[in-house]
Design a protein around this ligand. Structure first.
Ligand SMILES: Nc1ncnc2c1ncn2[C@@H]1O[C@H](COP(=O)(O)OP(=O)(O)OP(=O)(O)O)[C@@H](O)[C@H]1O
Ligand SMILES: [Mg+2]
Length: 269
C-alpha cells in the first residue's frame, strides 16, 4: 500500500503537553494567519512533532503527516489512478486531500523526498497557493485553512540530502534543539512522573555526552532518549539498566564507544 507512511489525525481533543522553548508558538500562529509555510529544523527527538501536535490542537486543525523517504514521489502526494474492478478511478493523495479540505500537511524529512515533490509544492508555497494535478490537467486553489509544514534535519548523516536554497527560502524556518537544563528537567518530570532528583541526573548525563564531541556520534542524546529512560525508571526498572538500554545502546553500535558511555553514565546515575 503506497500511503502506509501517511497518517491523518484530526485535531486532538485535549492539549498535548508541549513545553515552549522559545517563541515558536507565537511565530507559528502568525504563519498560520498569514498563510506562510513553516519549516522545523533540528536533530531527532527535539520536540518537532510534539510541537506540531500542540499547534494543531491550538488551531483545531487536523494534521496529515507524510514520512518522506527516498521513494516518495509527487504521485504519492498528489494522487493516482487505481484499478477498481473493471474501472480506473482517481484517488486523491494526502497533499490533495489537505489542499481541498484544509488542515496542516506535514512533510516529515522533506529533503529525503524525490525532486518532483519539491516541484509540486512550489506553487503552494507562494501567493498562488495552488496545486496542479498534471494527471487530471486541473488546478486547484488551496482551502483557506491549508498550511504546509515540513521538517528537515540538517547534518543528520554523511550523505544526507540538502535542501536547495530556492526551496528553503519558501519557508519561515525555526531551529529546534535540546532545551536548557531546567526546561529539559521539567519536560522529563511531566512526561514520565520521575522526581526532580532523577530528572536532574538524566539531564546531567545528557549534557555530559552532548559535550563529548570527540566520540563522533552521528546524533547525540535527545530529549526523546531521556524520556524513554525516565519511563523505564518510573515503571521500576533499575536506574543503571534503564540508562544503558534507553540512552547508551541507542547511540552507537561501536563496542568501544558503548563501553565508554556505559562507564561514564553508570557513575552519574
Ligand atoms: N518541548 C517539549 N515539550 C514536551 N515534550 C517534549 C519536548 N521536547 C521533546 N519532548 C519529548 O521528546 C519526545 C520526542 O519528541 P518528538 O517526537 O516531537 O521529536 P522530533 O523532533 O519530532 O524527532 P524526529 O526528528 O525524530 O521526528 C516527545 O515524545 C516528548 O516526550
Ligand atoms: Mg518527528
Amino acid at each position: 500500500m503506497e500511503h502506509k507512511k501517511t497518517t491523518i489525525s484530526s485535531a486532538p481533543d485535549t492539549a498535548p503537553y508541549y513545553q515552549e522553548i522559545g517563541k515558536e508558538v507565537e511565530v507559528f500562529q502568525h504563519c498560520w494567519k498569514n498563510h506562510l509555510p513553516f519549516l522545523l529544523k533540528g536533530p531527532t527527538g527535539t520536540g518537532k512533532s510534539r510541537f506540531l501536535e500542540y499547534m494543531a490542537f491550538t488551531l483545531q486543525q487536523p494534521i496529515i503527516t507524510v514520512a518522506c523517504h527516498e521513494e516518495t514521489s509527487s504521485t504519492d502526494l498528489i494522487g493516482r489512478f487505481i484499478i477498481k474492478g473493471t474501472e480506473t478511478v482517481w484517488q486523491d493523495g494526502p497533499l490533495t486531500i489537505a489542499v481541498k479540505q484544509g488542515g496542516i500537511l506535514y512533510l516529515d524529512e522533506i529533503a529525503e523526498a524525490r525532486p518532483d515533490v519539491i516541484v509540486a509544492i512550489h506553487p503552494l508555497t507562494d501567493h498562488r497557493r495552488e496545486l496542479f494535478i498534471d494527471k487530471l490537467g486541473t488546478m486547484i486553489k488551496a482551502h483557506r485553512d491549508f498550511m504546509l509544514v515540513a521538517s528537515f534535519n540538517p547534518g543528520y548523516q554523511r550523505g544526507f540530502k540538502e535542501l536547495k536554497p530556492s526551496t528553503r527560502q519558501r519557508f519561515v524556518s525555526m531551529s529546534f534543539d535540546y532545551p536548557e537544563k531546567e526546561l529539559e528537567k521539567m519536560i522529563l518530570m511531566k512526561e514520565t512522573g520521575i522526581d526532580s532528583g532523577v530528572a536532574k541526573k538524566l539531564v546531567n548525563i545528557a549534557n555530559k555526552i552532548r559535550n563529548l564531541t570527540e566520540l563522533g556520534l552521528t546524533e547525540t542524546v535527545s530529549t526523546r532518549l531521556l524520556v524513554d529512560a525516565g519511563k523505564l525508571i518510573q515503571s521500576g526498572l533499575p536506574k543503571r539498566l534503564s540508562v544503558e538500554v534507553a540512552v547508551v545502546e541507542p547511540l552507537s553500535d561501536d563496542p568501544e564507544i558503548v563501553e565508554a558511555l556505559r562507564d561514564l553514565t553508570q557513575l552519574l546515575i
